[in-house]
Design a protein around this ligand. Structure first.
Ligand code: FES
Ligand SMILES: [Fe+2]
Length: 424
């Protein structure tokens, strides 16, 4: 076993890369000290997705969210500014806002009634005459994330004042993010209300899995058989496609769209026609590929849904899945998309609410976690496709659809950040 004495305070040695083997130490999934450093170095020091603009469209709108384990409120102030505020009262630390979302100019702490404006300023203290003269000077309001930026309606925040720009963080992945949002002819989406689930495993099990093009044929075998029996195409074996990795830790799983089931096929054809009219044939066909886009560390743009990862403890994670509505498409198209993600009729999108696919994955994550908790294995091996991984000058890596290219991209970035605190 690797010891902390050997590593000092950095954990980059938990990832080992040789020309013919790529390994990750099991402590990276199971050690609470590693988890503590991840929360500081990855979640509090870099960019983290916190909300989508459609959730706080009007002045006064807010929604609660999290940056790692830090509870935050994402607000749109009366001046139309987006703020990300720590949801922790300056007085004695109670969470100030308990609702998932709403509209208000003020937040009143439920414990002793301190009142904050939706830009974080403290504006009232109950029973003020019980405090010394001049006491309120310098108290400050709700702690505000110093960096907030948006891209394509996605709101990202960082508690690191010196974090590199969001542009830098997204890097070459932006091309694929643009493809994803351009499923709407005006390039915009609206998020619905999320479905939430816990699983008893490390958060990185999910980040590894969302772009894993290899596991479905095994883990989801029975779900896929059921899907086929009921008339939809569910098999993924042999589909052309690829995997991509990016130096910031992002990844991509890409495959041709040949699984549109008959019950929604007509609406999907209409959608493709609309995209051709809007963007031309070539771009429309590029857009129409199936993509799972993993934005490191906590957002996945799956097919027509957002998946958000919230780590809770080294062996506990919450997943939120938001159905997505495309702006400016005919109603039946959005309805077909929703039917598709809600009724368990495809491999990647059938995991919503009642689907069998997410539960398959969660079962596997818990098996991984309980296995690793035994502390009897040192290294895990993520070398699939290592010998054929194409490395481009800008750091992007490309491999076959079943290769562990996106997973290695996660771990290479993780290793950098956990070694010196800064991303690629
Ligand atoms: S903890 Fe918020 S007012 Fe006391
Ligand atoms: Fe899966």
């Amino acid at each position: 076993m690797i010891s902390d004495a050997h590593m000092g305070t950095a954990y980059d040695h938990l990832v080992s890369e040789e020309s013919n083997n790529f390994r990750v130490h099991t402590r990276a999934y199971s050690d609470p000290d590693v988890f503590e450093m991840e929360m500081r170095n990855i979640f509090e020091n870099n960019w983290v997705y916190v909300a989508h603009e459609s959730e706080i469209a009007q002045p006064g709108d807010y929604r609660t969210s999290a940056i790692g384990r830090m509870p935050v409120i994402v607000t749109r102030s009366s001046e139309n500014q987006v703020h990300v505020l720590l949801n922790i009262c300056r007085h004695r630390g109670a969470s100030v806002c308990r609702d998932e979302r709403g509209n208000s100019r003020f937040f009143r702490c439920p414990y002793h009634s301190w009142v904050y404006r939706n830009d974080g300023a403290v504006v009232g203290v109950a029973d003020r005459d019980g405090y010394p003269e001049g006491w309120e000077e310098g108290i400050g309001g709700l702690v505000m994330a110093p960096k907030v930026e948006t891209y394509r309606g996605m709101i990202f925040a960082s508690f690191n004042e010196n974090v590199p720009t969001l542009e830098n963080h997204l890097g070459a992945l932006k091309t694929y993010i643009d493809y994803w949002f351009d499923h709407s002819p005006v390039g915009r989406v609206r998020l619905g209300k999320p479905y939430r689930a816990y699983f008893p495993a490390n958060w990185k099990c999910q980040i590894e899995n969302s772009t894993d093009g290899w596991h479905a044929r095994y883990v989801h075998e029975s779900a896929l058989q059921t899907i086929e029996e009921y008339g939809s195409r569910g098999r993924t074996v042999g589909w052309p496609g690829c995997t991509r990795g990016f130096p910031q830790g992002h990844g991509l799983l890409e495959a041709e769209r040949n699984d549109v089931p008959p019950e929604v096929g007509e609406e999907f054809d209409r959608h493709l026609d609309l995209l051709r009219d809007t963007y031309g044939k070539d771009k429309a066909e590029q857009l129409y590929m199936r993509r799972h886009i993993a934005l490191f560390p906590n957002l996945h743009l799956m097919e027509f849904k957002f998946r958000v990862i919230q780590p809770v403890a080294v062996d506990r994670t919450i997943i939120y899945e938001y159905p997505v509505e495309l702006e400016d498409v005919p109603d039946p198209v959005n309805k077909a998309i929703f039917r598709r993600i809600a009724q368990d009729i495809s491999v990647s999108s059938g995991s919503f609410v009642s689907g069998a696919v997410n539960t398959d994955d969660a079962e596997i994550y818990s098996r991984v976690q309980s296995g690793l908790a035994a502390n009897k294995l040192d290294w895990l091996h993520l070398s699939r496709g290592l010998m054929r991984e194409e490395r481009r000058p800008d750091g992007e890596t490309v491999g076959d659809r079943t290769d562990e290219v996106p997973q290695r991209a996660v771990w290479r970035a993780w290793s950098k950040i956990m070694g010196n605190g800064h991303g690629a």
